[in-house]
Ligand binder design. Structure first.
Ligand code: CA
Length: 242
């Protein structure tokens, strides 16, 4: 069978707890991935040099150092392999720092494996979608009850046009191009508002509130632009509610 001749994509699991690493291997294998396990940072660096991986699942507390360092190294080397951070640390600062270093998502231990596999599927969809958006900038983003058209910069809410300012549109486009991805306020400020706003992160909160008032049926109970407490915001695709 032809399909079986295609090389399987690989997930690198950087995790020093053998039982957890094996549990992940058991769950990703039926999803069609080879799973490579690196119990330490040095093994992870070696594995990353040897082959391309579709995804890195990265524990932060490792015997020979901090997983955040590996995240930083990859992004500084302009390697944009998706990274999902696993952290047992309760401090929200780690999540913010991880995302700002370029991680794609995070999960706090202990977590349900089903939650992890759902996040991995969401990251995979996002990578496919952002490739598609890059290749065809005219392609509309269509969600249940919301349409965003980058070429005409028009937005339809339940089929009706919504009047967004340029900033509100950019904010929506940025979030909706990566459904499920968490952005910190600093990231949104930098990418949507630009330098001149300095560190005024409350501009982001205010912008999100204005955007919600225009695109959400109930801005107090937002369906699309959701708050991630202590971290930032993520766009939710109703399709991901399974
Ligand atoms: Ca650990």
């Amino acid at each position: 069978m032809l399909a079986e001749q295609l090389p399987r994509e690989s997930i690198l699991v950087v995790e020093d707890e053998p039982e957890l690493a094996q549990l992940l291997q058991l769950n990703f294998d039926p999803m069609g991935f080879d799973v490579e396990i690196a119990p330490r940072l040095d093994a992870a660096r070696r594995a990353l040099r040897q082959r391309d991986h579709a995804l890195v699942i990265l524990d932060l507390t490792l015997p020979d150092g901090d997983g955040l360092d590996l995240c930083r190294e990859l992004r500084q080397a302009e390697d944009y392999t998706p990274i999902l951070i696993l952290t047992a640390r309760s401090d929200e600062t780690d999540r913010v720092v991880g995302l700002e270093l370029g991680a794609d998502d995070y999960l706090v231990k202990p977590f349900a494996v089903r939650e992890l596999t759902a996040r991995v599927r969401a990251i995979r969809r996002r990578v496919a979608l952002s490739t598609q958006v890059r290749q065809a900038p005219d392609s509309r983003l269509v969600f249940d009850g919301l349409e965003v058209d980058p070429s005409s910069r028009r937005v339809l809410v339940a089929g009706q046009p919504a009047e967004l300012t340029a900033t509100e549109f950019d904010l929506l486009l940025h979030l909706a191009s990566n459904p499920g991805r968490v952005y910190t306020r600093a990231q949104l400020l930098d990418r949507v508002w630009g330098d001149e706003y300095g560190t005024q992160e409350h501009a982001v909160n205010a912008g999100v509130n204005r955007l919600r008032a225009k695109i959400e049926i109930d801005p107090g109970e937002p369906r699309f632009v959701r708050t991630v407490w202590g971290v930032g915001y993520r766009f939710f695709d109703p399709k991901d509610e399974s």
